[in-house]
Design a protein around this ligand. Structure first.
Ligand code: DGJ
Length: 739
């Protein structure tokens, strides 16, 4: 059939577009616009009733014109089926990378999904949920696509439900969460790679024809080498204050895969979901399979706007207690490692109190008796207090903390086991390991089989027992240090379920434990940790209030790590601790930690008098502005990847107060451009503000003149000079509206 454009080849394109807006050729054709405040995805059926993504871009003024979009783009081709299928199938005439690939109960491998129906709900002014049902005409096989939209934040969450009523299970070889199609000519992708103590290392590349993927196959601690978060920029490399960008993430705490394929038309096909690697899933009849969510923020104003929107969305709609408060803390990990006893710990309580933080966090090493946890080689799995180190038990520690006026929190790693443990001796069948091969350890430990409901009960019990015995426990740090080697589950084998379910069932088992825990303990703050930042995604953050971004707490590195996390996560969820890593003075370390959720991993009583005085004052000052850091809008002002300094600021909602963090990141002093001003952002141009330096080290003076007031206009166009230099390597400024 000829397209309208061909029929009207003598008329102008404009006429043709107008015509189709009022009289579509195919009366049956269905157009489904999914709109945010600024953007739209438009799905449309073709003449064969296949549903395609015909538009992904800025929202049009009139939604009636969406139906005309497909008439001005020609995508029909015989070479590889349909590139812009809304959920690309495999086994028929479509030969592009599929979003779904299955083997039916009878062994047939073909699938073609046709549009059946769609609904749109709008539970409130800001959210909408579009459901699109697709079905195969030959097999009783159905896929429902979900698009949840937060209008104002321009955030979209997509997932899929797959179900069938065939006689036996259908083998799903690939079952993606989302399949996007973006028509444009140039695409730039920033991915974030890592390893222990080197999380979130960005790399931006221009996407060329072909497929580029980000993925992990590590099972647990899945993001050790590769984050599932990425930045996609159109036309030019991602910029902070302009340009079309998409900040995306697959919210799945296990193996994920995101494919970015630049197709023959130079358009982008994006397929995101669970990694099909070793994960063929046998889906029984009438049991819908819900994929994880693919979550993304879109903006036409660069990464700054997209991040602020994603942050507001996360605080308001996603992260546990995202709009609430957080506890500042002192952790004993780097202060003592495994070497502590009651006296050492209670002495640290005094430090916590003296510093003015809210909580003392007891880290690894408090448990195990037959195999005491005096190092990382033994004891993991035996969650009873070590009687030598803690003869009076945890109850005593909690009570002593209370006497000191600080809350008490505790570290656990309940998904893991050391082979040297009573748990391993009793329940080797709970351990993920190949029965006939030598065990291979990651940090001397193995992963428990969370696909097994008994193991889920055990993990739940670890936390539940702690709370039952110590109701005043105020905080949990939940660690996960190992990847899955030798993937094999005794449980799945017993149940005659395929081993290829393990990676998926592990993660589902974890979520199920967390759901049960949150049903009983809805609000207790929990920090997600994974040997640093090996985990941190918007599915786990439904259950956790925060996460530990990296064991690399060297403050210069932390500036970069925090900067790169900040594209995706609001600072209220990233824990920043002052430690003894690095050569920087205490002031620098504290100033860096203050730009996230502040904590300490030091022996404060070892600080000299001035350092201690400074730290105490800094904590007290932090309490006065922490709500701006946790709940305000973030503006990344000067990027440390490209400059000698890093500068970023948080502004409160009323635009009446802001905190600006400035750090010297280049030790080659000759390269530092002196006297360069930093242009602020997010202020009210009409308001007047004063600028005051805070966190000033004892017996030093600030060159910043507090008596002058500037308009917001001035501060944003001309800027302010924080006067960064080698002697002033970190400068915190408080901006206050003059009322
Ligand atoms: C890894 C974490 O990242 C550290 O903070 C600490 O909790 C250790 N594990 C304890 O083993």
């Amino acid at each position: 059939m000829k397209t309208l454009l061909q029929i009207f080849s003598h008329a102008s394109i404009y006429t043709a577009v107008l015509f189709i807006a009022i009289a579509p050729i195919n009366a049956q054709q269905v157009t489904i616009p999914i709109e945010t405040e600024t953007h739209a995805i438009v799905l449309q059926t073709d003449k064969n009733n296949l549903l395609r993504t015909v538009y992904f871009g800025k929202r049009l003024l009139g939604s009636s014109e969406y139906s005309a979009v497909s008439t001005v783009s020609r995508l029909d081709d015989d070479n590889a089926g349909i590139y812009n299928a809304v959920y690309t199938t495999a086994g028929t005439w479509n030969l592009a990378e599929p979003a779904i690939q299955v083997k039916h109960a009878d062994g047939n491998t073909s699938l073609e999904l046709k549009y059946v129906s769609h609904t749109r709900e709008q539970p409130d002014d800001n959210t909408s949920l579009t459901r699109v049902v697709l079905k195969d005409n030959v097999y009783p096989f159905q896929v429902t696509l979900f698009y949840k939209v937060w209008m104002k934040e321009n955030v979209i969450e997509q997932w899929t439900e797959i179900q069938h009523s065939e006689k036996k299970p259908v083998q799903m070889q690939k079952y993606a969460s989302a399949n996007l199609y973006v028509a444009n000519s140039d695409f730039y992708l920033t991915t974030f790679h890592g390893m222990w103590a080197k999380e979130m290392q960005p790399a931006e590349t221009k996407l060329e024809r072909g497929t580029r993927s980000i993925d992990t196959k590590l099972g647990a601690r899945a993001m050790l080498l590769q984050s599932s978060s990425f930045i996609l920029a159109l036309d030019h490399p991602a910029r902070e204050n302009d340009g079309d960008v998409l900040l995306g993430q697959i919210a799945w705490s296990g193996n994920f895969k995101v494919d970015f394929e630049v197709d023959a038309y130079n358009n982008l096909r994006l397929i995101a979901g669970i990694n099909p690697f070793a994960s063929e899933y046998a889906l029984p009849a009438n049991q819908p399979f819900k994929t994880p969510s693919f979550i993304y923020a879109v903006s036409g104003k660069g990464t700054g706007d997209a991040s602020r929107n994603l942050h507001s969305w996360a605080r308001k709609y996603r992260v546990l207690d995202g709009q609430g408060q957080r506890l500042t803390l002192l952790n004993n990990w780097e202060a003592t490692y495994f070497d502590f006893d009651e006296n050492k710990l209670t002495a640290l309580y005094k430090d916590a109190k003296n510093l003015g933080v809210d909580l003392f966090l007891l880290d690894d090493g408090w448990f195990g008796n037959k195999y005491p946890r005096n190092g990382d080689t033994a004891g993991l799995g035996d969650w009873q207090e070590n009687v030598k180190k803690l003869p009076h038990g945890l109850g005593y520690l909690v009570a002593e903390a209370k006497k000191e006026g600080v809350k008490f929190g505790i570290w656990i790693e309940p998904e893991m086991v050391n082979p040297k443990s009573e748990l391993y001796e009793k329940h080797i069948d709970w351990v993920i390991r190949q029965p006939d091969r030598p065990e291979v350890y990651y940090r001397n430990q193995l992963v428990l089989d969370l696909s097994n409901p008994e193991v889920q009960d055990f993990v739940y019990g670890v936390v539940d027992n702690l709370f039952t015995k110590n109701p005043e426990l105020a905080f949990i740090k939940w660690d996960c240090n190992a990847v899955i080697y030798n993937a094999y589950s005794v449980y799945l084998n017993k149940k005659q379920l395929p081993q290829s379910h393990l990676y998926v069932e592990y993660v589902k088992g974890l979520y199920s434990v967390l759901q049960r825990l949150r049903a009983k303990y809805p609000k207790v703050p929990m920090m997600l940790c994974s040997g640093g930042g090996g985990r941190g995604d918007y599915e786990l953050l439904k259950y956790f209030t925060e996460f530990w971004p990296s064991d690399d707490t060297e403050p210069l590195e932390l500036i970069f790590i925090q900067w790169d996390y900040s594209y995706f996560f609001p600072s209220i969820v990233t824990d920043n601790h002052v430690t003894d890593w690095g050569k920087q003075p205490l002031k620098f370390r504290v100033d860096v930690a203050c730009m996230g959720k502040l904590g300490f991993d030091i022996v404060a009583s070892h600080l000299n008098e001035n350092d201690l005085r400074f730290a105490k004052e800094a904590v007290s000052t932090y309490h006065s502005y922490k709500n701006i850091v946790w709940h305000g809008d973030l503006f990344r002002l000067v990027n440390p990847h490209d400059n000698d300094i890093a500068s970023l600021m948080y502004v409160d909602q009323a635009k009446s107060k802001a905190i600006v963090f400035n750090y010297l990141v280049n030790n080659r002093q000759r390269l530092v451009e002196p006297q360069k001003q930093v242009k602020l952002a997010g202020l009210d141009p009409q308001k007047k503000y004063t600028v005051k330096e805070i966190n000033i080290y004892p017996d030093t003076r600030s060159p910043i003149n507090t008596s002058v007031s500037y308009s917001g206009d001035f501060l944003m166009k001309v800027g302010i000079n924080p006067d960064i230099n080698a002697r002033r390597a970190s400068v915190l400024l408080e901006i206050n509206e003059v009322k």
